[in-house]
Design a protein around this ligand. Sequence first.
Ligand SMILES: NC(=O)c1ccc[n+]([C@@H]2O[C@H](COP(=O)([O-])OP(=O)(O)OC[C@H]3O[C@@H](n4cnc5c(N)ncnc54)[C@H](O)[C@@H]3O)[C@@H](O)[C@H]2O)c1
Length: 353
Amino acid sequence: MDLNMKNKVAVVTGGGRGIGYGICQVFAEEGCNVVIADFAPIEKTKEACRKLEEEYGIRTLAVKADISSEEDVCEIFRLTLEKFGTVDFLMNNAGLMGPSSIETVTPEQIRRYERVTVEGTMLMCREFVKLCAAQNRGGHIVNTISKTAIRTSGDGNPIYAATKGAVLAFTKNLAAEVGRRGIYVNGIVPGYVATEGVAHLTERSEKMKKIIILMLVCLAVFACTKKSENEIYVYNWSEYIPDEVIKQFEKETGIKVRYTTYDSNEAMYAKIKITGGADYDVAVPSTYYVQKMQKEGLIQAIDKTKLTNFSKLNPQLINQTYDPDNAFSIPFMWGTTAIGINAKYMSGQRRYS
Ligand SMILES: NC(=O)c1ccc[n+]([C@@H]2O[C@H](COP(=O)([O-])OP(=O)(O)OC[C@H]3O[C@@H](n4cnc5c(N)ncnc54)[C@H](O)[C@@H]3O)[C@@H](O)[C@H]2O)c1
């Protein structure tokens, strides 16, 4: 995979082990130099860096830092600039995990959760954004959230969930604030990955790690959220709209189309759910996803007075049960799904249904 990261520089917090180290490996695989900023003893972080250098031939920097300390955060970027002269990616991976039962949690523990996961992420973003401004160019930030920020976990863990909920809200709104300046901000929601950090939970599959890591990097190079008036963000199934049609639309209207694709309703829904629908102006869900997304507030009502060709749609395809009066959706395509069978290879009685 070439993600155009060669010789660029990524800062990864908590990159010394677990998911963070896996993320470092993927950056390194792409030829991107890596700065690991980790709370762990510096020998451990240096060892992780040495392995990356040996395996991938990249340059690295190990920094001992606690991201909840403003001083340490500034030092991470000072040392990064000193060694590499630039920084392109910030992967906010470090976060505090562990059991935090509401009955036993202490104010100190609550504050520590908040300081590491919320304040730490915010401070890292603040310094990175300042550097992007000083360098007069954009950059990419990816913040690590958790599914507990979106839905209730079987294990509870409300303190952890609350801090990740704060990171989710922060991520969405930071994207809105700095997206226009070419600083792309995304959040990722890893599934369960068996790391030392979750040793207190039951052991499950290791395989998830690589999958999540690939997803992280894919997200890291993709869209921002803040749009200018002359841009439209379209999220569609692959191969639904030919490139020429998009170019023609841009030429006729002067509106730039930011076009990204997906290959399943589930992928589209997950991405839109994470951003609360803020990333896209137009998406193309199948009918059975329209009602679900509308109920969850992920799509807005359509002002049909602006759709001058609405009256020309086939009456049989509008006003359907999933969206009466087409308040939230309009049909884009109609078709049937079929399975083709080569009769030569079939034996016995034919059945049709
Ligand atoms: N493992 C999972 O199943 C899972 C699921 C969802 C989200 N996450 C999130 O993914 C991230 C990484 O999880 P993991 O399982 O790899 O964790 P981990 O505990 O195995 O590794 C975390 C790393 O972060 C470092 N770190 C911790 N506090 C720090 C601080 N204040 N400053 C700098 N570095 C610090 C640690 O030294 C360690 O190297 C966390 O934000 C976690 O909440 C994990």
